[in-house]
Design a binder for this molecule. Structure first.
Ligand SMILES: *Cc1c(COP(=O)(O)O)cnc(C)c1O
Length: 395
């Protein structure tokens, strides 16, 4: 792989892993839809298994199309290696499986992606892993949660749906002082706006379902590590758990990733305008967006991220009914979970994803009745604001 270290992320997103096919000269990656790879002779097969010769063996353990995507995301994150997975949760579960053992303890951000928290709290618990979930935007709370057996500190920044920003450098130092590893789910910020490994994190996770693929048509994940010592345990977990990617899936993400930087920046410019519009709106109680000075960690966000991104949450007047009216009267924005697509996606946890949770528990977890989460896309911003304006008349 060419060295991309000194290049801008916008250039890396277009070129890393995208070299012409040596066999045909094709400028688009060939889809090597094969489960297994032939050896010239037994000695070559043995050398590949021993890791002494380059080359592929079996697609669960690696594949040329998938390797291109791993190279691309690895270069964007500044890692030493990357492992692609069938989904973002495939990345989370594989990384944790590779890093944890019975008796270990995990410190996690309290508003981690739901299944990421559940797999630690409920499933790894069945194998003797304990955990403490706190607000990692509060460094004192994180320090207090550390135990002698803490092995992994796990966070998302910005986090969902509070958009809280955690100090990655300080938390990496805290983790390392306790011989623990810092794992950052960088799905929201994307490698265009934030590189956790450069701030001391050990492992980065992506749900490439979101921004990296960006076209709302693939579920995929990636693990990137910053230290050679992590290659063996993570690769073993990846090979044995089998949450591996398919070559066609890799090809679709290789297609999407080329426009990652321009999508992220276009959506971010739209989001800045929409956040300002919402903050001034009489039917909006508050807006939580890292690009607004009203954000509680605005200064940290400016220092740590290259841009505020395109995700925000806001509270509509009128609680559950207000949220429902707003969403039911939108014509352009798509009512759907997920995020990071080229189209604007909006969801109302109180009446959609979190509707089954009793109201008091939901509110205690920060999901207030009128909270709306918005993933701004790349449409013309005037059309998006007009859509909101029309829908707000019904609130
Ligand atoms: C969506 C998401 C995941 C899970 O990814 P899948 O691709 O759906 O498995 C993990 N973390 C974050 C922050 C996400 O948004």
């Amino acid at each position: 792989m060419r060295n991309f270290k000194d290049l801008d992320p916008r250039t890396i997103a277009i070129h890393a892993g995208q070299h012409p096919d040596p066999a045909s000269g094709a400028c688009s990656a060939p889809i090597i839809q094969a489960s297994t790879f032939a050896f010239d002779n037994c000695a070559q097969g043995a050398a590949r298994f021993a890791g002494e010769a380059e080359g592929f063996i079996y697609t669960r353990m690696g594949n040329p199309t998938i390797a291109r995507l791993e190279d691309a995301v690895c270069a964007l994150e500044g890692g030493v290696g990357a492992l692609s997975t069938a989904s973002g949760m495939g990345a989370v579960s594989t990384a944790l499986f590779g890093l944890l053992k019975a008796g270990d303890h995990v410190v996690g951000h309290e508003s981690l992606y739901g299944p990421s928290r559940m797999i630690v709290e409920r499933d790894f618990a069945r194998f003797g892993v304990t955990s403490t979930f706190i607000d990692t935007t509060d460094l004192a709370a994180a320090a207090a949660a550390m135990q002698p057996n803490t092995r992994v500190v796990m966070l998302e920044s910005p986090a969902n749906p509070t958009m809280g920003i955690s100090d990655i450098k300080a938390l990496a130092e805290l983790a390392h002082a306790h011989d623990a590893l810092l794992l950052v789910d960088n799905t929201f910020a994307t490698p265009i706006n934030q590189n956790p490994l450069a701030m001391g994190a050990d492992v980065v996770i992506h749900s490439m379902t979101k921004f990296i693929n960006g076209h709302t048509d693939v579920v995929a994940g990636m693990i990137v590590f910053g230290d050679e010592a992590l290659r063996a345990p993570l690769t073993r977990a990846h090979h044995y758990l089998g949450a591996n990617m398919d070559p066609h899936q890799a090809w679709l993400v290789l297609r999407g990733i080329k426009t990652l930087a321009m999508r992220v920046k276009e959506a971010e410019a739209n989001a800045m305008q929409i956040a300002a519009y919402l903050e001034d709106h009489p039917k909006v109680k508050w807006v939580r967006y890292p690009g607004l000075e009203s954000h509680p960690q605005y200064a940290l966000g400016r220092a740590q991220q290259r841009g505020p991104g395109s995700l925000m949450s806001f509270e509509v007047e009128g609680g559950l009914e207000g949220g429902r009216q707003l969403l039911d009267h939108l014509e352009l924005m798509t009512l759907a979970v997920s995020l990071g697509g080229i189209e604007t996606l909006i969801q109302h946890p109180g009446s959609m994803t979190h509707a089954a949770i009793p109201a008091d528990e939901r509110v205690a977890a920060g999901i207030t009745d009128g909270l709306v989460r918005l993933s701004v896309g790349c449409e013309a911003v005037a059309d998006l604001i007009a859509d909101l304006e029309r829908a707000f008349k019904h609130v």
